[in-house]
Design a protein around this ligand. Structure first.
Ligand code: SAH
Length: 212
């Protein structure tokens, strides 16, 4: 998601208590941020934050982190949070490639990837958030029983992701090529901004859940 540059975004993020600065200093002690020992779930590339804010409101016994690398995009989530603060949610304006610098092994229990950028050119494959390079980074921060949930409407990215999973130590726990017509996997589904947009255009939504 790219939005035009919003000059107010960077200073608002720098000042906000909901946006964690210097996350490498929190490595291994994230639970101090929330003041409890609840599991931590993270959405990478949260966009404007609709999905993770709904999850956080529904699940007060889980701590959430919304990660988004563009400040003008994260700013939209921050504005919503300021209207309706959620004690179990924090934001990180960072690149997901740095995850192992920010979290200790096992510190994260679940990773959500929703409508990640497809990077269609072959030479950009390693930038895809489901590439083997990223799966390796997730391996370094997820708990042993941790899961990754990935949704997209992009068939090429989904097929690529299935191949990457097959060629790695990850296992496919669940998969559908039409989430909104899969009664079991759709139960409790929370729509993201892109999911609403693309499904209303008639695109089927693909989903996989993986673990090691
Ligand atoms: N999850 C939202 C937005 C999807 S667009 C939704 O489903 O509606 C994908 C988002 O991921 C963009 O906002 C993009 O800036 C962000 N993103 C892509 N690569 C990233 C990375 N390496 N680290 C952090 N955010 C990333």
């Amino acid at each position: 998601m790219r939005l035009r540059n919003i000059p107010a975004a960077a200073p608002a993020i720098a000042e906000s208590e909901y946006c964690m600065k210097n996350p490498a200093e929190l490595k291994g002690i994230w639970n101090r941020v929330y003041g409890n020992d609840f599991p931590i779930h993270i959405e990478i590339g949260m966009g404007k934050g609709r999905f993770i804010m709904e999850l956080a409101a529904e699940n007060p016994d889980i701590n959430y982190i919304g990660m988004e690398r563009y400040d003008s995009v994260l700013y939209r989530a921050l504005q919503k949070m300021e209207e309706r603060p959620l004690p179990n949610l924090r934001f990180l304006c960072e690149d997901a490639a740095l995850l192992p610098d920010f979290f200790e092994k096992g510190e994260i229990s679940k990773i959500y990837l929703n409508f990640s950028d497809p990077w269609p050119k072959d030479r950009h494959a390693k930038r895809r958030l489901t590439s083997r390079q990223f799966l390796e980074r997730y391996d370094q921060v997820l708990s042993d029983d941790g899961q990754i949930e990935f949704k997209t409407d992009n068939q090429g990215l989904f097929d690529f992701s299935l191949d990457e999973v097959e060629q790695s130590k990850w296992n496919l726990d669940a998969v559908t090529r039409d989430l909104h017509h899969d009664a079991q996997l759709c139960e409790g589904n929370i729509m993201t901004e892109y999911e609403e947009k693309f499904s209303s255009m008639g695109n089927p939504i693909y989903k996989m859940i993986i673990s090691r």
